[in-house]
Every structure is written in C-alpha cells, then in structure tokens.
Design a binder for this molecule. Structure first.
Ligand code: UT7
Length: 321
C-alpha cells in the first residue's frame, strides 16, 4: 500500500474582479453588509467565453508544473464541479483531452462545495490500492452562471475559479486520514434545481441557486465542529499537531468558529474568501495553493482541509504536505 502525497498545486482565477461596490449598484446591498456578514470584499467572474474547463486547465497546468510531472504521466483525472460545461461528457474528459491525456480514467465528482475533498479522498484510495500512481484532482466552478443576479441573498456570495493538485504514490506520508459524509434530508436548504416542463421533462439545467442561508450557517458550524473532532480522533494526532487549517471559503464567521474549535489562531488559517468569495468546489484547492505559493504552508506541515456544502455534503482530509 502506497501513501498518497500532494506533489504540486495550482490555481487559476478569471481576470475580471467584481467588487462589493459594483454589486451594490445592481442590487440593494452594501459593502458594509457583505463584509460584516461574510468577509467577502471581491470575487472573480468568468468572461462570457470562459468555460469551467478553461479555468480547470489553467489550474491543472500549474499543478503539473509544480509537481514536475508530465500530463502523460497522469493516470487518473478527477474534476469536482457543480457547473460542468456540458451535461455530458464530464468536465474531466474535456480537461483530459485539452491536456493530451488519452486512456486513463476521468470522471467528475458532484458534491458541491465538498467536491474537492470528495475527489481528493477518492484519488487517495486509487493510489493507496495501487490502481493509480499519479492523479490530477481539480475543483473548478463557474458559479456565476447559475446565480440569480437579482437575488441579493445569494449573488453577493459566489465567485468563479479553479484549484488543482497532483497526488502521487510515495513512501513518505501524505494523506493521513479522510472522512466524507452526506445527508440528503437537507437537499432543499441549498439547491439549484433544473427547470422542468409540466410533464416532468428537463427544460433547462441548473439554476438558479437558492439558499436558506441562516439554516445552512447553523448546520455548517455544528457539523464542522463534529467533523474536525472525528478527523483528529481517527488520525491519532493532537490539535497542537495541526499547523494549518484550509477550510471551505463560504464565510469568515464559519471559518473562525472551526479555527476556535481546533484551538488555532486565525494566523494558522488560510483565508481567501475576502478575495475569491465562495468558489464552491474550487475554494479548498485555491486556498491550499495560495498558502503553498506564498510560502506559509511548508513541506512536512500537517494541514487540515474541510468543507461543507449542498446535499448536505461535508468532509475533511488531514495530510502531511
Ligand atoms: O458554501 C456552502 C455552504 N454555504 C454556507 O455555508 C453559507 C452559510 N450562510 C451564510 O453564510 C449566511 O447565512 C449568509 C451570509 C448567507 C447570510 O447572513 P445572515 O447573517 O445569516 O443573514 P440572514 O440571511 O439572516 O439575513 C439577515 C437580513 C435579512 O433582512 P431582514 O429579514 O432581517 O430584514 C436579509 O433580507 O439581511 C438581509 N440580506 C441582505 N442585506 C443586504 C440578505 N442578503 C443581503 C445583502 N445585502 N446581500
């Protein structure tokens, strides 16, 4: 059984920055409300001709480069996304083709904001059992395409982007433990429904996002509290062993509650929500990449990734970088 270690990371954001002030010109909101309730100051929005696969490709190429790995050495491609470019084929197949990878398994994972944590866990199982040696795991989203831009309760929250890692078989420790959960009883609290005809046929896929924010907030805080406890207990590590928390970036108040539960100072938390907003499946790998690139996350550091999102789905990965 091999360990699965992160060999390289990448991130890619669309060029267009949309500030809170710009949104306040479109809907009844304010920079003060958005910052105090969420911590978000700005987000990136994809250009009209920029696809989820374009963002995924940018992040993937950077991760391959950082890992010193050729695309042709990848034997598993997983893309976590809620905003695929096509109903089918999966975005992982589109990405695989762009990168010139032909033959190895490629599939999408749909677990909304927890998608990357799900994808990383699946890739780790492939590597640990010898079914793959080098996996490309990407979280990529164009959430702007499934937002109602007139709905102030959701349109201020989300952003577009992609993050990626190359995960490889290694003798050195990598992923130490991971835990995935879901409970579909909460399916209607955060959702993007298809539009159906009266006879029940699909008319238009995906959108817009609707959320009962306050209820999601409360569930996120309590669920993440239990999740981080479970992950630590299973790993045999202590709270003090965790050097960095890389949380899903939905709201700084949720992030601060999780950090407090772990006894971590906010200096030990990678926060990008202020600049990226909530990029759903892209948020954890984008934040991880930001921490690696600016030198905060160093080789050997113990890192806890966690996420919570629509489904509800939630999950955590504890790893030594
Ligand atoms: O990524 C997946 C997981 N998602 C999350 O974890 C998101 C969890 N939820 C949240 O982060 C928060 O619930 C929100 C940031 C979405 C909302 O914050 P809140 O403190 O829960 O506000 P609220 O929904 O209770 O709304 C409070 C008030 C309402 O007005 P009234 O009814 O008190 O008069 C809203 O209509 O704020 C109003 N409001 C706004 N006001 C200005 C809602 N959105 C806005 C807005 N600007 N953009």
């Amino acid at each position: 059984m091999s360990n699965a270690r992160i060999l390289g990371t990448g991130g890619f954001l669309p060029a267009r920055v949309v500030t809170n002030a710009e949104l306040a010109q479109r809907v009844d909101t304010s920079d003060e409300w958005i910052v105090s309730r969420t911590g978000i100051r700005e987000r990136r929005i994809a250009a009209p001709d920029e696809s989820t696969c374009d963002l995924a490709e940018g992040a993937a190429r950077q991760a391959l480069d950082a890992a010193g790995c050729l695309a042709t050495e990848i034997d598993l491609v997983i893309v976590a996304t809620t905003t695929p470019d096509r109903v089918f084929p999966g975005t992982a197949c589109l990405l695989q083709d762009r990168l010139g990878i032909h033959g190895p398994a490629a599939f999408d994972v749909q677990a909304v904001c927890s998608g990357f944590v799900y994808g990383l866990t699946i890739a780790e199982k492939f590597i640990r059992t010898g079914s793959a040696k080098r996996a490309l795991v990407v979280g990529a989203e164009t959430m702007s395409r499934i937002i109602d831009w007139q709905d102030r309760s959701t349109c201020v929250l989300f952003g577009d982007g992609a993050g990626a890692v190359v995960l490889g078989a290694s003798d050195e420790p990598g992923i130490l433990s991971s835990h995935l959960h879901a409970d579909g009883a909460y399916k209607d609290l955060l959702t993007a429904k298809n539009t159906m005809t009266d006879s029940g046929c699909l008319l238009r896929a995906a959108g817009p996002v609707t959320m009962r924010g306050n209820e999601v907030f409360r569930m996120a805080v309590t669920t993440l509290d239990g999740l981080v406890g479970e992950t630590l207990a299973a790993s045999g590590l202590q709270q003090a062993d965790i050097k960095w928390l890389v949380p899903h970036q939905a709201n700084t108040r949720i992030i601060a509650a999780t950090a407090k539960r772990l006894g971590l100072s906010m200096d030990q938390v990678i926060v990008t929500v202020d600049r990226h907003g909530n990029t759903s499946a892209a948020s954890v790998p984008l934040a991880f990449d930001a921490g690696v690139r600016d030198g905060r996350i160093q080789r050997g550091d113990v890192v806890l990734m966690e996420a919570f999102g629509g489904g509800f789905t939630w999950g955590a990965v504890l790893l030594r970088y």
